[in-house]
Design a protein around this ligand. Structure first.
Ligand code: FES
Length: 87
């Protein structure tokens, strides 16, 4: 498991194994725009300020994924213990 930190507020949200990042954030009242929820459209794309995403989308190129500065919270997760996102 891992957690997400909201950069603007410092709020830390644990992401359970059975929830997406977008779902876990929505339960805390933080809405991320969603459309396909399958990693295809890029609607949910969110900037990552720290940590390493576990990219599970088909939207970003390999190079964009390797830069680790954005991810798709509808489906992607984290390889590091924490992701700091630019919200
Ligand atoms: Fe389409 Fe996340 S909602 S990529």
């Amino acid at each position: 498991s891992f957690e997400v930190k909201i950069a603007s507020t410092g709020q830390v949200i644990a992401i359970p194994a059975d929830q997406t990042v977008a779902e876990a954030l929505e339960r805390q009242g933080i809405e991320i725009p969603l459309s396909c929820e399958q990693g295809i459209c890029g609607t949910c794309l969110t900037r990552v300020l720290d940590g390493v995403p576990d990219h599970r989308d088909l939207f970003l190129s390999e190079a964009e994924q390797a830069a680790n500065d954005q991810f798709t919270p509808c489906c992607s997760r984290a390889l590091s213990d924490q992701l700091v996102i630019d919200l």
